[in-house]
Design a protein around this ligand. Structure first.
Ligand code: NAD
Length: 310
């Protein structure tokens, strides 16, 4: 018996659950309210979750669970200590979205550089290079060739972003806690964080959220950056102290920012970035092209098959 607690984000209807349905008797829910999780799992032995928390209480109440498949890279929704105590195998999916997130990082960066959406809106309002609430000349376009791309966290996504940056004619400065000098090349230099912040025209965050990376972009870090710099975050919201970033943007100490992730999701109007100057916010969708979601589903099913085969 297989239960998918919150399949909607992964599969809003454009993918097929057929392969999973061949493995066992499936109950697939779009979302599961907290108070219905235990009854929905019942005596199932395989449970999939994306964002629905699986706690010690749930594992104790559903003793048949043998396997939990997390339909995401981050698996902090599962109490893994409790899962281990109950002999439950937990798997996550770390690699499915590397190309998608790297591409989205550039979608955000190019939007900050070109304001394509705002120009489109102005044109459809009958304005062609004219003033209005969005004035052409108030938002100069920015060329990336010859500029420096600072990448914090030089893992899978960071390295994929570097390849795109180099194709755009940029040079890459990379900082990683576990710096691997063998990743250096003609256009890529591994540097310390302070040097990256001081020299980069674009700073893009690709490290995981750990206690030591929380708030890595704070007022002190922002003070080290160029006032012409652009900050991009497709990693995790709490890497940035949002009050400090909003203050820097509003004071003109930074050119612009674009974030796919915020400290509390969904974002509310209380978030200081909501009204900050030249700050774009997208709803944590960097991972979500259909190709990446299909890959995620395929790997999730490969994993459960491998588990069942022992
Ligand atoms: P990865 O593990 O391949 O790379 C992370 C890199 O960060 C590693 O090289 C690691 O050494 C480095 N790192 C660890 N601690 C560090 C520190 N203190 N300072 C600097 N670097 C440090 O992970 P990945 O696949 O490249 O994913 C990166 C992040 O992207 C994930 O942690 C996740 O938060 C985020 N992500 C976001 C989305 C989205 O939809 N927006 C989707 C997938 C992943």
């Amino acid at each position: 018996k297989i239960v998918v607690l919150d399949g909607y984000t992964l599969n809003p209807g454009d993918l097929s659950w057929e392969r999973l349905e061949k493995i066992g008797e499936c109950a697939i829910y779009d979302r599961s309210p907290k108070d219905e999780v235990i009854s929905r799992i019942g005596d199932a032995s395989i449970v999939f979750t994306n964002k629905t928390p699986l706690t010690a209480e749930i594992f104790a109440a559903c003793p048949n669970i043998r396997y939990v498949g997390v339909l995401a890279t981050g698996y902090n929704v599962v109490d893994t200590v409790a899962a281990k105590e109950h002999g439950i195998t937990v798997t996550n999916i770390p690699t499915y979205g590397t190309a998608s997130v790297a591409q989205f990082t550039f979608a955000l960066l190019l939007e900050v550089c070109h304001h394509v959406g705002a120009h489109d809106k102005a044109v459809k309002q009958g304005r062609w290079q004219e003033s209005g609430d969005f004035c052409f000349w108030d938002y100069p376009l920015i060329e990336l060739a010859g500029k420096k791309m600072g990448i914090i966290g030089f893992g899978r996504i960071g390295q994929a972003v570097a390849k795109i940056a180099i194709a755009f004619g940029m040079d890459v400065l990379a900082y990683d806690h576990y710096a691997d000098k063998s990743l250096e090349n003609e256009h890529t230099t591994i540097v310390e964080l302070d040097e990256l912040l001081a020299q980069s025209d674009v700073v893009s965050l690709h490290c995981p959220l750990f206690p030591e990376t929380e708030g890595i972009i704070n007022a002190a870090a922002l003070d080290k950056m160029k006032s012409s710099a652009i900050l991009i975050n497709t990693s995790r919201g709490p890497l940035i102290v949002e009050e400090d970033l909003a203050a820097a943007l509003n004071a003109g100490k930074l050119h612009g920012a674009a974030v796919d992730v915020v400290s509390t999701e969904p974002v509310t109007e209380e978030n200081p970035l909501f009204t900050a100057k030249n700050c774009l916010i997208t709803p944590h969708i960097a991972w979500a092209p259909i190709e990446a979601r299909q890959r995620l589903l395929d790997i999730a099913i490969d994993n459960v098959e491998a588990f069942l085969e022992g």
